[in-house]
Design a protein around this ligand. Structure first.
Ligand SMILES: [Zn+2]
Length: 350
């Protein structure tokens, strides 16, 4: 730290701000206190590879015909999700129509038919107006011209079944008197594969005010291992966490260090990364509204956007662990005393 100050005196620029900023970041990190450790683990452990697998073999089965937006298979997938939440006694939010946010055909083009986002909701016990959105896209590519189904088990069946299990865990906690203090919206988005249109529609027609939407944790492919990690499967790419809220980034790290020790790989978070994944899934529509996001992603693999993305290739133990991380991160944000802040509004950084 000293070195920086001495150098800056020579350079006559305010690089003394660097150690000061470092101290602020340290204060921010220290301010994050992990909430309810034993409860978090208790409910995280209700998320199991077995249930994830059962759901995924259905969600990515031939019954749903590759879930092409606006087609019968996609509607069947939406019905499957709706019925799941109904059976679990997890509510549809006011502002949705029986778990659906209907998107009219006129919103789309190129002959895409009307479709729907699927929404389920757990109301917060203390700050119900503040909402955490956990999302995944329910649509995929449908059937190819040769009549082969794009099953989309990883893309994004893995994200949908993660939401189902996270919702069940929060709901069980609530039934046992440990419900989240802030509200949680489980948002299954349609039309991601044709340009993130379901999330675009949601942010244009939010069911809860965007000013009170404090984060979006978006899951798009978390069931596989990419070529870069063949020798270390215990990883997940995180993208976006520090772009709008350093607090979100450090919460995510602290939760992971406290419970899971997954290797959080940030290589695709680099602003100049050529893949630009930050802009490529539904979270980006929330980020453009200044809502801090984390995008959870396992990277691409040979079956990405192929008819061979099937449920037998999913690594269910890994899917379970990653799902637990997202659950525990959401738990922290939902239950910590202070609302998650974007950097511009964070008193610890300003
Ligand atoms: Zn996807």
């Amino acid at each position: 730290m000293k070195t920086f100050c001495i150098l800056s005196a020579f350079a006559l620029v305010g690089t003394c701000a660097t150690p000061k900023y470092t101290a602020k970041i340290q204060n921010l990190r220290d301010s994050i206190k992990i909430e309810d450790s034993s409860l978090v683990l208790n409910y995280a452990n209700t998320i199991t590879s077995k249930e994830l697998s059962t759901h995924l073999y259905k969600f990515a089965s031939k019954d749903f015909e590759g879930r092409r937006v606006g087609e019968m298979g996609q509607l069947k997938a939406a019905e499957f999700l709706k019925n799941y939440y109904k059976n679990e006694n997890i509510d549809s939010p006011k502002g949705a129509y029986n778990y659906y946010q209907n998107i009219p055909e006129s919103f789309f083009s190129n002959g895409i038919k009307a479709s729907e986002n699927v929404l389920a909701y757990i109301e917060g016990s203390e700050k119900p107006e503040e909402v955490i959105i956990i999302s995944a896209h329910l649509d995929h590519l449908g059937v190819n011209p040769n009549g082969q189904i794009n099953y989309g088990a990883d893309d994004d069946g893995s994200g949908n079944v993660a939401l189902m299990e996270i919702a069940q865990a929060f709901n069980k906690a609530k039934k046992e008197g440990h419900g989240p203090k802030r509200s949680i919206l489980f948002l299954h988005l349609t039309a991601e594969e044709i340009g993130k249109r379901g999330s675009e529609y949601y942010v244009q027609n939010p069911v809860f005010p965007l000013e009170k939407t404090i984060t979006n944790l978006n899951i798009d492919m978390i069931g596989r291992v990419d070529a870069l990690h063949k020798n270390n499967k215990n990883y997940i790419y995180l993208i976006g966490a520090d772009r709008l809220s350093k607090e979100l980034h450090y919460i995510s790290e602290k939760v992971n260090n406290a419970f899971f020790n997954i290797d959080l790989d940030y290589r695709y978070n680099a602003e100049k990364d050529k893949n630009q994944y930050y802009t490529r899934s539904d979270h980006y529509n929330f980020a453009t509204k200044d809502i801090p996001v984390i995008f959870y992603f396992n990277g691409e693999h040979n079956d990405y956007h192929q008819t061979t993305d099937t449920p037998d290739k999913i690594e269910y133990e890994l899917l379970e662990k990653r799902t637990k991380l997202i659950f525990a991160t959401a738990w922290q944000i939902a239950n910590q005393a202070k609302r998650l802040e974007v950097d511009a509004h964070n008193p610890l950084l300003n």
